[in-house]
Design a protein around this ligand. Structure first.
Ligand code: ZN
Length: 227
């Protein structure tokens, strides 16, 4: 199964839904991020209902990435009788959930950089997004595929870039912004153009849009996620 998307917008474009993606393998849902619009989409499409196991990977704690996490956890526990696992490398998230009335007993905290089972391998990579918040991308491996998912980040980490150029990473999903501003938090398209050669751009999928620049991306040979 390919990575599916529930939304491809940034925090300031709720019409596109918050950027969040998932894979279902067997009846196990692997979800990346749970922004404000995500619970609504999961509920509407009965994705939580139809899966037996639910594992949620969080890239960082901005509202458009964790805004509905608390509701997802409590809905799964109290209504569906399912205990969600949440993967995040630091303990800040548990503290926040605790302040939001989500007891540690109703979900499983997996405070780690690496997650692995028979179906999937995920590894968190520290990325640069904002000075005051930690952010992680994820290397994901399943069904013989290996992809890099940037989370929110204004650069592609050097090791990831080298691996991609060497053909060891099949695909990149990259947070991309149309314009460059003095305050970097997402990767400007012009920077992406500088580092990705034209012949490899069909392996780079842009995500997390504030503006609609699909035509520009198409012209330059990049892929983009549409929901
Ligand atoms: Zn962010």
């Amino acid at each position: 199964m390919e990575l599916q998307f529930l939304g491809c917008g940034s925090a300031f474009n709720p019409l596109l839904g918050n950027t969040s993606s998932y894979i279902e393998i067997g009846r196990h849902l692997y979800l990346i991020d749970a922004g404000e619009s995500v619970f609504y989409k999961l509920f509407k499409e009965e994705i939580l209902k139809r899966n037996e196991e639910i594992t949620i990977f969080i890239t960082h704690m901005h509202g458009d990435h964790i805004g509905s996490l608390a509701s997802i956890i409590s809905y799964c526990y109290f209504v569906l009788r399912k205990k969600v696992s949440v993967v995040y490398p630091k303990d800040d998230l548990w503290k926040l959930l605790n302040l939001m009335g989500i007891a540690s007993s109703i979900y499983d905290r997996l405070e780690c950089y690496a997650f692995k089972n028979d179906e999937i391998k995920m590894r968190a990579i520290s990325v640069k997004h904002a000075d005051d918040i930690s952010c992680y991308g994820y290397i994901m491996e399943w069904e013989g595929k290996k992809i890099y998912y940037s989370g929110d980040s204004y650069e592609i980490p050097q090791d990831i870039y080298k691996d991609f150029m060497a053909g060891n990473i099949d695909r990149i999903y990259q947070d991309t912004t149309e314009f460059k501003t003095s305050h970097l938090s997402h990767l400007p398209l012009e920077e992406l153009e500088k580092c990705i050669p034209v012949n490899l751009r069909n392996k780079v999928f842009c995500i997390h849009f504030t503006t609609d620049f699909a035509n520009k991306l198409k012209e330059k040979g990049f892929q983009y996620v549409k929901v």
